[in-house]
Write a new protein. Structure first.
Length: 143
Protein backbone atom coordinates (compact mmCIF):
# COMPACT_ATOMS: atom_id res chain seq x y z
CA UNK A 1 0.00 0.00 0.00
CA UNK A 2 1.27 3.46 -0.84
CA UNK A 3 2.33 5.87 1.85
CA UNK A 4 1.63 9.51 1.12
CA UNK A 5 2.67 12.23 3.54
CA UNK A 6 2.42 15.99 3.57
CA UNK A 7 5.47 17.54 5.23
CA UNK A 8 5.48 21.01 6.75
CA UNK A 9 8.65 22.80 7.82
CA UNK A 10 8.41 25.12 10.85
CA UNK A 11 11.28 27.25 12.16
CA UNK A 12 11.56 28.64 15.68
CA UNK A 13 14.12 29.97 18.14
CA UNK A 14 14.15 28.73 21.72
CA UNK A 15 16.38 28.44 24.74
CA UNK A 16 16.92 25.41 26.94
CA UNK A 17 19.49 23.54 28.92
CA UNK A 18 20.02 19.81 29.00
CA UNK A 19 19.90 18.84 32.66
CA UNK A 20 22.93 16.77 33.77
CA UNK A 21 24.61 17.07 30.36
CA UNK A 22 28.28 16.17 30.59
CA UNK A 23 29.46 19.11 28.49
CA UNK A 24 28.54 22.67 27.52
CA UNK A 25 24.86 21.93 26.86
CA UNK A 26 24.35 21.88 30.65
CA UNK A 27 24.43 25.69 30.42
CA UNK A 28 21.50 27.91 29.49
CA UNK A 29 21.66 28.44 25.71
CA UNK A 30 19.48 28.54 22.61
CA UNK A 31 19.08 27.28 19.08
CA UNK A 32 17.38 28.14 15.81
CA UNK A 33 15.37 24.95 15.42
CA UNK A 34 13.80 23.60 12.26
CA UNK A 35 11.03 21.02 12.62
CA UNK A 36 9.64 18.84 9.84
CA UNK A 37 6.16 17.47 10.53
CA UNK A 38 5.11 14.43 8.47
CA UNK A 39 1.32 14.11 8.28
CA UNK A 40 -0.72 11.20 6.97
CA UNK A 41 -4.40 11.23 6.05
CA UNK A 42 -6.54 8.96 8.19
CA UNK A 43 -8.93 8.15 5.29
CA UNK A 44 -6.97 8.76 2.11
CA UNK A 45 -6.50 11.94 0.15
CA UNK A 46 -9.17 14.63 0.10
CA UNK A 47 -11.36 15.39 -2.92
CA UNK A 48 -8.64 17.46 -4.60
CA UNK A 49 -5.83 14.99 -3.92
CA UNK A 50 -4.17 16.29 -0.74
CA UNK A 51 -3.32 14.82 2.62
CA UNK A 52 -4.14 18.25 4.10
CA UNK A 53 -3.66 21.85 3.03
CA UNK A 54 -0.16 22.90 4.12
CA UNK A 55 -1.59 26.09 5.62
CA UNK A 56 -3.62 24.02 8.11
CA UNK A 57 -0.44 22.33 9.33
CA UNK A 58 1.19 25.76 9.61
CA UNK A 59 -1.78 27.16 11.54
CA UNK A 60 -2.19 24.21 13.92
CA UNK A 61 1.40 23.06 14.53
CA UNK A 62 3.13 26.35 13.83
CA UNK A 63 0.58 28.15 15.97
CA UNK A 64 1.30 25.87 18.92
CA UNK A 65 5.07 26.26 18.48
CA UNK A 66 4.74 30.06 18.23
CA UNK A 67 2.62 30.25 21.36
CA UNK A 68 4.59 27.86 23.55
CA UNK A 69 8.20 27.55 22.33
CA UNK A 70 9.23 30.27 19.87
CA UNK A 71 11.41 32.90 21.53
CA UNK A 72 10.84 31.25 24.88
CA UNK A 73 12.71 28.99 27.23
CA UNK A 74 11.98 25.27 27.56
CA UNK A 75 12.63 23.96 31.07
CA UNK A 76 12.31 20.40 32.32
CA UNK A 77 9.92 20.25 35.27
CA UNK A 78 12.61 18.51 37.36
CA UNK A 79 15.29 21.16 36.68
CA UNK A 80 14.68 23.51 39.61
CA UNK A 81 17.85 25.56 39.00
CA UNK A 82 16.98 26.42 35.40
CA UNK A 83 13.40 27.15 36.35
CA UNK A 84 14.55 29.51 39.10
CA UNK A 85 17.09 31.26 36.83
CA UNK A 86 14.67 31.81 33.96
CA UNK A 87 11.89 32.93 36.30
CA UNK A 88 14.07 35.88 37.34
CA UNK A 89 13.59 37.45 33.90
CA UNK A 90 10.42 39.57 33.90
CA UNK A 91 7.80 38.44 31.38
CA UNK A 92 10.02 35.63 30.06
CA UNK A 93 8.06 33.01 28.10
CA UNK A 94 8.66 29.67 29.85
CA UNK A 95 7.44 26.25 28.79
CA UNK A 96 7.60 23.58 31.50
CA UNK A 97 8.31 20.23 29.86
CA UNK A 98 7.64 16.76 31.24
CA UNK A 99 10.91 15.69 29.60
CA UNK A 100 14.51 16.90 29.71
CA UNK A 101 14.56 19.17 26.61
CA UNK A 102 16.93 17.24 24.38
CA UNK A 103 16.16 17.37 20.65
CA UNK A 104 14.95 13.76 20.90
CA UNK A 105 12.56 14.53 23.75
CA UNK A 106 11.30 17.71 22.10
CA UNK A 107 10.54 15.80 18.89
CA UNK A 108 8.80 13.11 20.93
CA UNK A 109 6.67 15.70 22.72
CA UNK A 110 5.62 17.23 19.41
CA UNK A 111 4.72 13.85 17.92
CA UNK A 112 3.06 12.15 20.89
CA UNK A 113 1.50 14.98 22.88
CA UNK A 114 1.17 18.17 20.87
CA UNK A 115 0.09 16.84 17.46
CA UNK A 116 -2.81 14.66 18.64
CA UNK A 117 -4.31 17.66 20.45
CA UNK A 118 -3.85 20.34 17.82
CA UNK A 119 -4.67 18.12 14.82
CA UNK A 120 -7.82 16.60 16.34
CA UNK A 121 -10.66 16.85 13.85
CA UNK A 122 -8.46 17.56 10.82
CA UNK A 123 -8.46 14.00 9.48
CA UNK A 124 -4.69 13.68 9.69
CA UNK A 125 -2.15 12.44 12.19
CA UNK A 126 1.59 12.85 12.42
CA UNK A 127 3.75 9.82 11.77
CA UNK A 128 7.15 11.43 12.09
CA UNK A 129 8.86 14.54 13.46
CA UNK A 130 12.39 15.53 12.49
CA UNK A 131 13.83 18.28 14.65
CA UNK A 132 17.05 20.00 13.58
CA UNK A 133 18.74 21.56 16.60
CA UNK A 134 21.74 22.86 14.67
CA UNK A 135 22.73 22.72 11.03
CA UNK A 136 24.71 19.58 11.87
CA UNK A 137 22.49 17.72 14.35
CA UNK A 138 18.92 16.50 14.36
CA UNK A 139 16.66 14.00 16.09
CA UNK A 140 13.94 11.97 14.48
CA UNK A 141 10.96 10.26 16.08
CA UNK A 142 8.40 8.22 14.20
CA UNK A 143 5.48 5.93 14.93
Amino acid sequence: MEQIHAVRRIQFAAGHRVFQHESKCRNLHGHNYVAFFHAKAESGLDSIGRVIDFSVLKEKLGGWVDEHWDHGFIVWEKDAEAHEAVNRIPEQKIYISKRNPTAENMAMELLLEVAPKVLAGTGVSLTRVVLWETENCYAEVQL
